[in-house]
Design a protein around this ligand. Structure first.
Ligand code: HEM
Length: 174
């Protein structure tokens, strides 16, 4: 993915995030403080529709995801089943990365540029019970935030797509 297709904090993107063509600077939308520019009106329409339909936006966008990840790691670090995995981890960095990863996975506007989930968890000996404990903490967090069971189910379905990679299981045949 070309960085020129990502709106910056202070300047708009120069390549269209939908068509990858040069943008028309007159066709823009401001989303969470960043100005996104598009090549065509149709690109803008498509992008806005994708945002509107995303779990990311339905959950409340950046503010909601950030708050959820903060509360999630409070639970994780209090959970005897999994807290030891994070003993030597910078939690400030971890919270930032998880916000970015989950935001992208749930359909937020910014791409994930970190490690793939298999590499990120390689060599940690994470077992299914650990994965399930982590998922349980996420469900409890979302319940605390009064997210509906239907939405929680959808979020967990997205998180579950990382399971084989996080557990370092062989990839399923495609
Ligand atoms: C449930 C799905 C999970 C997701 C979406 C997830 C996501 C992530 C992400 C985005 C990172 C940062 C990757 C990077 O550095 O670019 C990470 C790192 C990490 N994850 Fe997970 N994770 C999941 C499950 C787990 C589980 C089950 C455990 C252990 C119980 C775990 C333990 C860790 C640890 C310890 C790191 C830090 C590695 C380091 O910086 O040294 N994760 N995870």
């Amino acid at each position: 993915l070309d960085p020129a297709s990502i709106a910056g904090e202070t300047q708009a993107n120069t390549l269209c995030p939908v068509s990858n063509k040069a943008v028309n600077p007159a066709i823009t939308v401001v989303y969470e403080g960043r100005t996104w520019a598009f090549a065509e009106e149709a690109c803008k329409t498509q992008w806005e529709k994708a945002r509107a339909e995303s779990l990311y936006q339905q959950l409340g966008g950046k503010a909601a995801i950030d708050a959820a990840v903060e509360a999630f790691y409070v639970k994780v670090l209090a959970d005897e089943r999994v807290k030891h995995f994070f003993d030597d981890v910078s939690m400030e960095k971890q919270r930032r990365k998880q916000k970015e990863f989950l935001s992208a996975a749930l359909g937020g506007p910014l791409p994930w540029t970190g490690k793939d989930m298999r590499k990120a968890h390689a060599g940690m000996e994470i077992k299914e019970e650990h994965f399930n404990a982590i998922a349980e903490n996420l469900v409890a967090t979302l319940k605390d935030l009064k997210i509906s069971d239907e939405m929680i189910g959808k979020v967990i379905a997205v998180v579950a797509t990382t399971k084989d990679d996080v557990l370092n299981r062989p990839k399923k045949a495609e």
